[in-house]
Every structure is written in C-alpha cells, then in structure tokens.
Design a protein around this ligand. Structure first.
Ligand SMILES: *Cc1c(COP(=O)(O)O)cnc(C)c1O
Length: 369
C-alpha cells in the first residue's frame, strides 16, 4: 500500500524537495570559517526563508544550533512548540504590552530602543534579552544617543541579563564597501562603553568578511539555505531546494503565432510549446516572463511568453516528443540552476525568490526524522 504522502506526491503537479541534509552541510561549511569558540546561531525567520521552520529548526538543532532568531512573536511561539528547549530570540523586538507573551513562551526579545530596554528591565530583570545597536542601518536598534543615555544610567543596566549585544551590517555582501569597516568601528566603540556580553555582528555574507567581524556569535540565515553569500563569486553553499513540475500539455504552434497573455512572444518558426503547472501564485515571479529557463532531461529550454497565475510556457521545440509530453517532469530548480539563477531571471535576489516559493507545492523533506 503506498503511503498517503506518496499518493499526494504522485498526484501533485509540482513538487518542492527540501534537503535538510544540505542545510546541515551548510551549517558545517559556515562553521569552518569560524575560529574555535565562536558560536553560531541560525536565523530562521519567515518560516526558515520559506523552507519550513518546523522541519528546519529541529534539523539545525541536531546539527548543534542552540540559539535561533525569528522575526515575529508569532513565529517564535510557533517555533517554541517544535523546539521546547532551544533559545529563541525575536528580532522585531518587544512593543509595549507584549512583554508577558515573551515570558510565557520563554522567548528572548531583541530590545530595539530605550523604551523596550526600560520596560523589560522593570518587568523581567532576570530574564535574558538581546541589545540591538544601530550602527548604520537606520532601521532597528538603539541609536548612538540612546546608548549614551543607557551608559549614563548604570542602574538600568544592572537590572538586565544581557544575553548578547548585536548590530547588523548594511553592505556585508559587498566586501569592499567602506560602510563595513565604518559599522565595525562604531560597533566596537559602543561595545567598549557597555557591560561585557557576547557580541554579534555577522549575518551570512559578513562571515566571509573575515574574523574581525565574527565576535562571539555569528547569525547566518540565507547561506544555510543555499543562497550565495558571495554574489559574483562561486557559491560555497549547497543547494537545499529542488523544484520539479509536470508538463500539462504540449502543442504545435505555427510560425507567427503568439504565446500567452499580452501576446508578448511571437514564434519565429514552427515550434512546440509545453505548458507547466507553476505560475506566479507559486512564487515563480511574473517578472521572469520571457526570461529564464528550465530543464527537461538535463537540457535547458527557454521560458517564453508571460507567466500566468498557475502556468508557464516553455519552448521545447528541440526536445524529443517522448520526453516533452504531458505528465513528464521539468526541472525548475536543481543543483545546476539554483535559486539565485531563478532570482536573476526574475530581476530580484535569491532571498525574495526563496521566501516566496509557493504553498501549493507538494513538499518532500529529505533527511527528516
Ligand atoms: C535576516 C537577518 C539576519 C540573517 O541574514 P542573512 O543575510 O540571511 O544571513 C541576521 N541578522 C538580522 C538582524 C537579520 O534581520
């Protein structure tokens, strides 16, 4: 008897395969960049960048991760259910009135302004929290003026269990950008004025800026999931996702006919068009219309015409009819054409492409327990 899951996968027109072994391999690969003793946390916000925090969280825990970052309180509450013991920090911070929820679920707030620091130290002086300093993002975190006020009030600091002091770089994926050493210097200056606590600055790309950026805790996200932390250079990470979808129909198209909405693509020669069960509602962004490609039996075929909500069209003129036929699989993401390639075709970055990968795919996890 086939399992229910097997039936669902056979029935599905598109299958997203997520390799938790590759996530663990990426964890080990990043660890190799670190000096002994530097700890590594994992950022698994946005449902582990779309891969599923309920599966990725436990896989990273098995790999040795002890501290997890998510964005929102709700993400933290959900993650707490699958990771009953791990330390979980919430990047969005603790807005006034939410403190009790953090305590109830044993979640650590990332304190982003002085008001949050004050309220937390009053409500839960013995529960750990993370300080976030803004060193140049102008987004979240205590400003320099707030650090001044904080250091002028030693009583406030005495009533806090600071698990870490963190900041975030604006240009870590551009190694030569002058903003990197500038933020590093600002971070060091602020750290020197605050009580001693483990410091954390580096996300995925910043790990590759060298050990001066590592401090005591690094906190990668994207690289764990196979996104290239070194844009423009060979990707040191392993692909974690594969996407394949079925051909629904193949048709002969006369020269001069157009394919799809808006009639944007006119065939110059008699052609064969395969229609695939993936569209922009599945995260295959419409901005990749008439761009990008897929593979059939290892051969690349161009995407032609506009991407529709549920469908896209490929020019399979050069492919044998017994390979390009209804029910046959097309590879949209694989080891040789990854999330960054698909993102480039859609004129975006791997982060956006990955987090948007759809909810309609049948999901298969490799290496789950
Ligand atoms: C998302 C995020 C990270 C992880 O960044 P990656 O580039 O995905 O490694 C680290 N720190 C903060 C504050 C973040 O928002």
């Amino acid at each position: 008897m086939p399992s229910d899951r097997k039936v669902a996968t056979d029935r599905a027109n598109a299958i997203l395969e997520i390799d938790l072994r590759a996530v663990a391999a990426n964890w080990r690969r990043l660890k190799r960049e670190l000096a002994p003793g530097v700890r590594m946390a994992a950022v698994i916000k946005a449902d582990a960048y779309g891969l599923g925090a309920a599966q990725v969280g436990p896989a990273l825990l098995r790999a040795g991760c002890e501290l997890f970052f998510v964005a929102s309180l709700d993400e933290g509450i959900a993650l707490r259910k699958v990771l009953p013991k791990a330390r979980i920090a919430i990047l969005d911070g603790a807005l006034a009135g939410s403190e009790a929820e953090f305590a109830r679920h044993r979640l650590m707030p990332v304190l982003n302004d002085l008001g949050q620091v004050t309220r937390w130290s009053k409500a839960y002086p013995r529960k750990p929290a993370i300080f976030h300093l803004d060193t140049g993002m102008e987004r979240l975190g205590l400003s320099r003026a707030e650090v001044d006020r904080l250091t002028a009030n030693p009583a406030l600091l005495a009533h806090l269990d600071v698990a870490a002091i963190m900041s975030h770089l604006a240009c870590a994926d551009e190694p030569e950008h002058p903003k990197n050493p500038e933020q590093l210097a600002r971070f060091r200056t602020a750290l020197a004025r605050l009580p001693k606590a483990p410091a954390s600055l580096a996300s995925s790309s910043a790990i590759f800026l060298g050990r001066a950026y590592h401090f005591q805790i690094v906190r990668p996200g994207a690289a764990l999931f196979g996104i290239n932390p070194l844009p423009g250079k060979p990707n040191p990470m392993r692909a974690t996702v594969a996407l394949r979808a079925k051909i629904l129909q193949v048709r002969d198209v006369d020269a001069g006919e157009t394919v799809g909405y808006g009639a944007t693509h006119r065939m110059e020669r008699p052609s064969r068009i395969a229609t695939i069960a993936v569209g922009y509602a599945d995260g295959w962004l419409r901005s990749a219309s008439d761009r990008g490609s897929a593979a059939i039996a290892g051969r690349r075929v161009p995407l032609v015409g506009r991407i529709s909500m549920d469908l896209l069209t490929l020019d399979v003129t050069g492919i044998e009819a017994d390979r390009a036929k209804p029910g046959a699989y097309v590879d949209l993401l694989d080891d040789s054409y990854g999330i960054d390639d698909a993102a480039e075709a859609a004129r975006t970055i791997g982060y956006e492409m990955l987090t948007l990968l759809g909810r309609r795919y049948a999901r298969v996890y490799r290496g789950a327990r």
